[in-house]
Design a protein around this ligand. Structure first.
Ligand code: IPE
Ligand code: IPE
Ligand code: MG
Length: 236
């Protein structure tokens, strides 16, 4: 078994702390979201440069609907803007966009933009960018079990093995995250990728997401490089 930690194949990020970043500056929380979203294109470029092939960003959780309406609609608007502005760059850079989550609750225009961006970038192979939107780890596991049952109508759940379920998760076909980064000082995963993070290394930093620049990202990668991964085994 390969226990050496070189470069992570898949990084998952809980981009937290936008609201507090704005509050510290006596500005509305939405300003923090605008600043936070503006970091994503450079982060993607940085991953491409470093040869990281899979990046998953937690943009909106199944629980975030409980926020005030104006904040939810700002987040939807930013998502549409991102798709409109970044599609050209994604094509040029070979980025495949894969939105994971239940998008059926989004406004129709946003659903259409998501489907179109995913179809347009489907053939790109440099990096897969999973944007988790209306995503929850519990939802993902449940929808995988349901999809498995639809694909195997005569099978009993007693026959369902962990490896099989992986084929029906929203990240099917991709390696599981090696590294989870959470900014914003909290030490929890807030219903993110509950299945896929089974053996990820967890990096928590107090840095708020809008301050998470290339130097902060390097710090996380250096920390990851120093981890010894054992996957339940022993290292001689
Ligand atoms: C993360 O920042 C962005 C989303 C959840 C969409 P927050 O908005 O949670 O910022 P804090 O945690 O309140 O500072
Ligand atoms: C997790 O952050 C969700 C995203 C970053 C999209 P939250 O701010 O919603 O998580 P809690 O409420 O602090 O657990
Ligand atoms: Mg938060």
């Amino acid at each position: 078994m390969n226990t050496s930690t070189t470069s992570p194949a898949h990084i998952a990020i809980i981009m937290d702390g936008n609201g507090r970043w704005a509050k510290k500056r006596f500005m509305p929380r939405t300003v923090g979201h605008v600043k936070g979203a503006s970091l994503v294109p450079d982060l993607v470029k940085n991953c491409l440069k470093k040869g990281i092939r899979h990046l998953t960003l937690f943009a909106f959780s199944t629980e975030n609907w409980s926020r005030p309406d104006d904040e939810v609609s700002t987040l939807m608007g930013l998502f549409i803007q991102y798709l409109e502005k970044e599609i050209k760059n994604m094509q040029a850079e070979g980025v495949r966009l894969n939105v994971i989550g239940d998008i059926s609750r989004f406004p129709q225009a946003l659903q259409d933009s998501i489907r179109q961006a995913m179809a347009n970038t489907a053939g790109n192979t440099s990096l897969t960018l999973n944007v988790a939107a209306n995503y929850g780890g519990r939802w993902d596991i449940l929808q995988a079990v349901q999809a498995w049952q639809v694909a195997n109508p005569n099978a009993s759940v007693a026959d369902l093995a962990p490896e099989q379920l992986g084929h029906y998760l929203s990240t099917a076909g991709q390696p599981e995250p090696d590294l989870l980064i959470r900014t914003g000082g909290e030490s929890r995963i807030s219903n993110f990728m509950l299945w896929q993070l089974a053996y990820a290394e967890f990096y928590f930093t107090d840095t708020l997401w809008p301050d998470f620049d290339a130097a902060e990202f390097d710090k996380a990668l250096t920390w990851f490089a120093g981890r010894e991964r054992r996957f339940g085994s022993v290292v001689a």
